[in-house]
Design a protein around this ligand. Structure first.
Ligand code: ATP
Length: 233
């Protein structure tokens, strides 16, 4: 994916001011930055939830910047939103089925669900439970599982570890790495920049809607300015 000169406005507020970055197949790429830097806005623009004001988002040779959200999913990109947004009142299984809304082949849906259950055994156990009764960590697993149901080539993850107990945070990062090992490319947003960069091939540092720095995960982890601003160092 190649994002070029992306500009996104909310009315008169210029949230993204000409951001460019790329994601190569098989990579984990992190976007890090303080609250309000524009990370969520970029993810929403990629997945078609927001319309970019200008700039281009090229994915596998096609400009997807003006496409609608279902077309983006069909192109192979799925989005795990900040705050999970699972469907309360639906069971775990039904939530997963919602993630396969474009898939008509029932056998294929069943197979995708089994793959999700391999990553998240707890979801299998809770299959028929109302999703609203899951813990925060389990809901995050469900949100990721739901996104995997469309068999994405590129997974967009917005703050997957937010608000979780340390044991769940570690589990979520292990799962993100496992998903990469299986061949899915990942764009990751995380407040926990240290952990995010430590599993990332590359990262971009955003501030006030602009890319301020980029490099390999290791380079950014070792950078004194990044350490001071984002890694508590
Ligand atoms: P966070 O980690 O807090 O989600 P972020 O880096 O993801 O931060 P965004 O949520 O993308 O940042 O916000 C970028 C800028 O756009 C901020 O200045 C924010 O106040 C503004 N913004 C976000 N959503 C809206 C909206 N719906 N209307 C107006 N301004 C918005």
């Amino acid at each position: 994916m190649e994002v070029k000169n992306l500009v996104v406005n909310y009315g008169v507020i210029n949230a993204i001011k000409g951001v460019s970055f790329e994601i190569n197949e098989g990579e984990i790429v992190s976007l890090i930055g303080a609250n309000g830097a524009g990370k969520t806005t970029i993810l929403k623009s990629i997945s078609g939830l927001l319309k970019p004001t200008s700039g281009s988002i090229n994915y596998l040779g096609r400009d997807i910047g003006k496409k609608k959200a279902p077309d983006i999913v069909a192109a192979g990109i799925s989005h795990v939103p900040e705050g999970r947004h699972i469907f309360p009142g639906l069971s775990v299984k039904e939530n997963l089925q919602m993630g396969a809304f474009l898939q008509k082949d029932r056998q294929q849906i069943k197979e995708s669900m089994e793959e999700v259950y391999e990553h998240f055994h707890i979801l299998k156990k809770r299959e028929n439970q109302d999703a609203a009764t899951l813990s925060g960590g389990e809901q995050q697993m469900l949100a990721i599982g739901r996104a995997l149901m469309s068999k994405p080539k590129l997974l967009l993850l917005d703050e997957p570890s937010m608000g979780l107990a340390p044991i769940f945070i570690n589990k979520i990062f292990e799962i993100v790495e496992a998903i990469k090992q299986q061949g899915t490319t990942i764009l990751l947003i995380e407040q926990n920049a240290k952990k995010a960069l430590s599993i990332s091939d590359r990262g971009y540092v955003l501030a006030a809607g602009e890319v301020k720095m980029d490099g390999t995960g290791a380079k950014l982890l070792g950078d004194p300015a990044v350490q001071r601003a984002y890694l508590g160092g």
